[in-house]
Design a protein around this ligand. Structure first.
Ligand code: C5P
Ligand code: MG
Length: 191
């Protein structure tokens, strides 16, 4: 089983590249952002708690996210691999993920960090906001999400550098070129 984290700031292409990875490798995909948005749509208690954080561009507290992730992970069986998209967002989430996987004799094999400049992120997310219908794809919230990424999420990079499975990926250029870089990194780590 191959466990892949697709990491990067908001707008770096995690969701787009995940879709291509699912198609090529038949991996399972866990997008914590997608799960939260589905909970909000279904007006569950979790959704109600999460929506204020998401609308403000802030992170949902670790305990809520970790419990949600573990539940989702436990629904998978006979998985060829898992793509973690949008998780972990903090070093505490990364440490919790390590413990969860350890229980199943698993570990993160590769952490792919999509590297994109801030102005490009803002341009992409504003463009996405024209059609996404997402409450957080507006300029004010985008700026907040980037600053939350820098202060709370970017330390996750060092966590995985220490684990020895970190890979920086140039996240600009055509979608297919970026995907080639990602595939090459995954193929190398599978062998
Ligand atoms: O991953 P994505 O960009 O779809 O996440 C959208 C929002 O969901 C984040 O800005 C944040 O408010 C919330 N989120 C979170 N913790 C996660 C994943 C998403 O708080 N692990
Ligand atoms: Mg996404």
């Amino acid at each position: 089983m191959v466990n892949v984290i697709i990491f990067g700031p908001p707008g770096s292409g995690k969701g787009t590249q995940s879709e291509k990875l699912i198609e090529k490798y038949n991996f399972d995909h866990i997008s914590t952002g997608d799960i939260l948005r589905a909970e909000i749509k279904a007006e569950t208690d979790l959704g109600k708690k999460a929506s204020q954080f998401i609308n403000n561009g802030e992170l949902v507290p670790d305990n809520i996210i970790i419990e949600m992730l573990e539940k989702k992970l436990n629904t998978l069986n006979n998985s060829k691999g898992v793509i973690f998209d949008g998780f972990p967002r903090t070093t505490d989430q990364a440490a919790a993920l390590k413990e969860m996987l350890k229980k199943h004799n698993e570990k993160i094999d590769i952490m792919l960090n999509l590297e994109v400049e801030n102005q490009e992120l803002i341009d992409r997310l504003l463009k996405r906001g024209e059609t996404s219908g997402r409450s957080d794809d507006n300029l004010e919230t985008i700026k907040k999400r980037i600053s939350v990424y820098e202060s709370q999420t970017s330390p996750v990079i060092d966590f995985y550098k220490n684990e020895g499975c970190y890979r920086g990926i140039k996240g600009v250029g055509s979608i297919d070129d970026i995907f080639s870089r990602i595939s090459e990194a995954i193929d190398k780590c599978q062998n």
